[in-house]
Design a protein around this ligand. Structure first.
Ligand code: PMP
Length: 392
């Protein structure tokens, strides 16, 4: 029998240390990945919820796949010049997070291979861990996964799916180039491996043109794609979506039914109301105008205050910037011993974002939920300590 403790190993990811400082008013936390509190369309959502509550159907069970009119609106939102989606290709989920869990539940038996970007999203590893995969890391370059590493992995190991965050990746902010999107799909076809595309930051583009999603480029049913209202509307709503071909969508819908029956009828109805009354792209554009200023404030401060031995990514969207310290530095130890107690700054250290190599010299910084002055002073404090530590 597999015991709980054998499947989920407690890990030191630095977060419990950060919680210990959570009530310190001096703490500046770049650790969480929260949207900005002031940018939620609170009044509009209140109206939408009130309108939904006038219909008793909002308080009733609906269906495992989720409200069809909302699925149709999502289908229209994710359609592009390459591909038009429809409601029947979509399953509504409890955030993108549930899509990660359901996909691993469907595809992974203990020991099966799963490819992840290195570093990757910690919450995905938490979801996958329950199914005991064997992880293979593929390093990230400025334009996404190193496909030569991926190809070697696929040639030498049996892999159930390739997990990728192609747009404004968590934690690096990097975006998979168009050429690599095509090449990745070709590899998936050649080795007959599923791609799990997780793209909750996709609409948060600050410059340049949007690239087609892997789902929209997929002509051979190799992509299961996840999206979410968490970053473009509100994470408290807990609503996301999964797009897949029928041979995956049908069993995934069964798993959703067994998991939590359906997403909240009230929430689905309220979001549907909101999308009927408002152009979400106008709201997204407003968020992007605010976030780009915050990102540039952080990038400029990093330029000014970080020692030259620390490099950092320069994303064009999303929530995160990723710092790489000299290889011998352990960012988690540094956080506990110096950065939290002395600088009163929090970040996510990289060790737990690499499930195999536990590479420890990276730092994830979030810029979306702080004001510009706080971003500037937090980076200044971080830079001062890093300069002192790295000089030793
Ligand atoms: N995937 C990635 C890459 C994320 O960063 C997050 C949220 N931090 C999620 C999935 C989960 O998001 P949701 O709130 O939609 O479940």
């Amino acid at each position: 029998m597999v015991k709980f403790a054998d499947r989920i190993q407690p890990c030191d990811n630095g977060l419990s240390d950060i919680f210990a400082y959570a009530n310190d008013p001096a703490l500046i936390s770049f650790a969480a990945g929260y949207p900005n509190n002031h940018l939620f369309p609170q009044n509009e959502l209140q109206t939408a919820f009130n309108a939904s509550l006038t219909d008793s159907a909002s308080l009733q069970y609906s269906s495992a796949a989720g409200l069809k009119s909302l699925r149709a609106k999502i289908a229209a939102h994710i359609s592009d010049t390459k591909r038009t989606f429809n409601a029947d290709q979509i399953l509504l989920t409890q955030g993108a997070q549930q899509g990660l869990d359901l996909t691993a539940k469907l595809l992974v038996n203990p020991g099966d291979g799963v490819v992840v970007e290195a570093p990757t999203y910690l919450g995905a590893l938490s979801a996958f861990d329950a199914y005991q995969p064997t992880y293979y890391e593929v390093s990230l370059q400025d334009d996404g996964m190193d496909l030569s590493v991926l190809q070697k992995t696929l040639m030498t190991h049996s892999v159930k799916f390739i997990y990728t965050i192609p747009d404004f990746q968590n934690p690096t902010g990097s975006t998979l180039s168009l050429a690599k999107r095509h090449a990745l799909l070709q590899l998936a076809e050649r080795y007959d491996v599923i791609i799990l595309e997780d793209s909750p930051y996709r609409d948060l583009r600050f410059s340049g043109d949007s690239l087609p999603s892997l789902a929209s480029l997929d002509t051979t049913d190799h992509v299961i794609s996840l999206g979410s209202f968490s970053k473009i509307l509100s994470p408290g709503l807990r609503l996301g979506w999964l797009v897949a071909a029928p041979q995956f969508l049908q069993p995934l819908t069964e798993l959703k039914l067994g998991n939590d029956v359906q997403s909240s009828t009230l929430v689905m109805n309220a979001i549907d109301q909101y999308l009927t009354e408002h152009d979400i792209n106008t709201h997204i554009a407003k968020m992007n105008r605010a976030y780009v200023v915050k990102m540039n404030t952080m990038l400029n401060a990093l330029d000014r205050y970080l020692p030259a031995t620390v490099s950092f990514t320069k994303p064009t969207g999303g929530f995160f910037i990723y710092l790489t310290l000299p290889a011998e530095i352990d960012a988690n130890q540094l956080l506990k011993q110096v950065i939290l107690p002395e600088a009163k700054v929090a970040y996510v250290p990289s060790g737990s974002l690499f499930p195999v190599s536990h590479q420890a010299n990276g730092i994830r910084l979030n810029f979306t939920n702080l004001d510009n002055d706080t971003i500037e002073s937090g980076v200044k404090r971080l830079g001062k300590i890093l300069t002192a530590v790295l000089r030793q």
